[in-house]
Design a protein around this ligand. Structure first.
Ligand SMILES: C[S@@+](CC[C@H](N)C(=O)[O-])C[C@H]1O[C@@H](n2cnc3c(N)ncnc32)[C@H](O)[C@@H]1O
Length: 405
């Protein structure tokens, strides 16, 4: 179907329309806890190992940043809160409770609010699950990564397979929702081994699982090893075999990939991730946290100091660790929404894309390319949405490059 015909009408862009369009994607709070017990050799996230952590100072700074953003977005309805890291399961549970309590002063917290905390599956951390539940967390995301001793050792993980399974069961009896992160295409990963890991995991799974393909990031120990020729990674053919096993086993358990790395059973998609991929608005607080806020018709990209010490000093001095607050132009807004939205199986709502960007659709997308990719089976246009097919999602970068004007 032609693009224009998929739209009920072409909506003239306006400031209130842009803010409404952003909030149709949801409104979320991300809280970054930047500390870990040790740094994993593959990880380039903003995470740091420190002997001593100033819990009280960190709490004051987080709440100060939350108040800043609360004042400019007061009264909005919050879709989700996500405590990410780092290892937020090392946070004092009282700080988690204090953040949620403060959030409730500024925003509307419905009974359907999703509150996720990332956790490592060591037994020490599992003992704290109940305190996090009491603090208001209702979804736990466990960093399992691998489910065989060799895989865990190669990834430099400090937990065992048994600890991982016990932590999952403990999560299941403590939280209404739980998820886990896995890493595939690891050094030495075999199809048989991967199938065995997934089958062993199956009875312990909740309604959500993330499966990331290992990426070798600059500045990590894996980067050094890889470039010294000491990290043998699966080739393209083996990666495809591993992906096929993921799809076969998780598909057989009732999961579908609502995003290339994220699998859920019906109703189990992570609401927080959806806010990002649907180009909603979110407040990010803590070192290095990013945000997107649409205020008075202007969509802002917000960035913060990354180093915990610099961030703490900035918040003490200025009440916020923000280092950037940049208005996005219409083209940047459109590109971001297309880039993020086409990752989702549900695709993008075209009328919302126009309202958020403030541009007519043919100023954003090459209609003739969309039509040709619909004909080749990479894209679909229906019910006012543009989405990638499985085939299109497998070559997403090329599809996006072809259709963006
Ligand atoms: C912020 S991290 C979670 C940190 C948590 N402390 C842990 O270690 O489990 C989010 C997830 O990203 C994934 N991840 C991190 N670095 C990665 C890499 N280089 N390649 C693939 N996945 C990665 C891991 O699955 C990890 O659980």
């Amino acid at each position: 179907m032609a693009l224009a015909a998929a739209l009920p009408e072409t909506v003239a862009p306006d400031a209130a329309g842009r803010e409404r369009a952003a909030l149709e994607g949801g409104f979320a709070l991300y809280v970054h806890w930047p500390y870990c017990r040790h740094k994993c050799p593959y990880c380039d996230f903003n995470s740091h190992v420190r002997r001593r952590i100033d819990d009280a100072g960190f709490a004051r700074a987080l709440l100060a940043e939350l108040d800043r953003h609360g004042a400019e977005t007061q009264g909005r309805r919050l879709t989700s809160v996500f405590f990410g890291g780092g290892t937020p399961s090392l946070m004092p549970p009282a700080l988690v409770a204090a953040v949620l309590d403060r959030a409730a002063r500024w925003w509307q917290l419905g009974s359907d609010l999703e509150v996720t905390l990332e956790a490592n599956p060591t037994s020490a951390e599992a003992e704290r699950f109940r305190s996090f539940r009491a603090a208001g967390v209702n979804r736990l995301s466990l960093g399992i990564q691998a489910l065989d001793p060799e895989g865990l050792a190669r990834l430099g993980r400090r937990h065992t397979v048994e600890e991982a399974l016990t932590a999952l069961d403990h999560a299941a009896s403590t939280f209404p929702c739980w998820s886990c992160d896995l890493i595939t295409a690891r050094p030495g990963h075999t199809p048989m081994g991967w199938r065995r890991e997934l089958l062993r995991l199956a009875p312990h799974l909740g309604d959500h699982v993330s499966v990331y393909e290992l990426t070798i990031e600059p500045g990590t120990r894996f980067w050094t090893l890889y470039h010294a020729g000491r990290l043998p990674l699966p080739d393209e053919d083996l990666r495809l075999q591993l992906d096929a096993i993921t799809a076969e086993v998780l598909g057989g358990l009732g999961f579908s990939a609502y995003e290339p790395s994220n699998w859920a059973r019906p109703g189990g998609a992570c609401r927080h991730n959806l806010v990002y991929w649907r180009s909603g608005d979110w407040v990010g607080i803590g070192p290095g946290a990013h945000g997107r806020l649409t205020l008075d018709g202007v969509r802002l990209a917000i960035a913060r100091e990354r180093r915990p010490e610099a961030w703490l000093q900035a918040v003490a001095a200025r009440g916020s660790g923000e280092v950037e607050r940049r208005p996005l132009n219409a083209r940047e807004i459109a590109e971001e929404m297309v880039l993020m939205g086409l990752r989702l199986a549900e695709g993008i709502h075209l009328a919302r894309l126009e309202r958020l960007a403030g541009l007519p659709l043919d100023a954003i997308l090459r209609q003739e390319m969309v039509e040709s990719l619909v004909a080749s089976g990479d894209l679909q246009v229906d019910e006012g949405r543009l989405r990638t097919t499985g085939q299109g999602r497998a070559r997403l970068d090329a599809v996006i490059a072809a259709i963006l004007r």
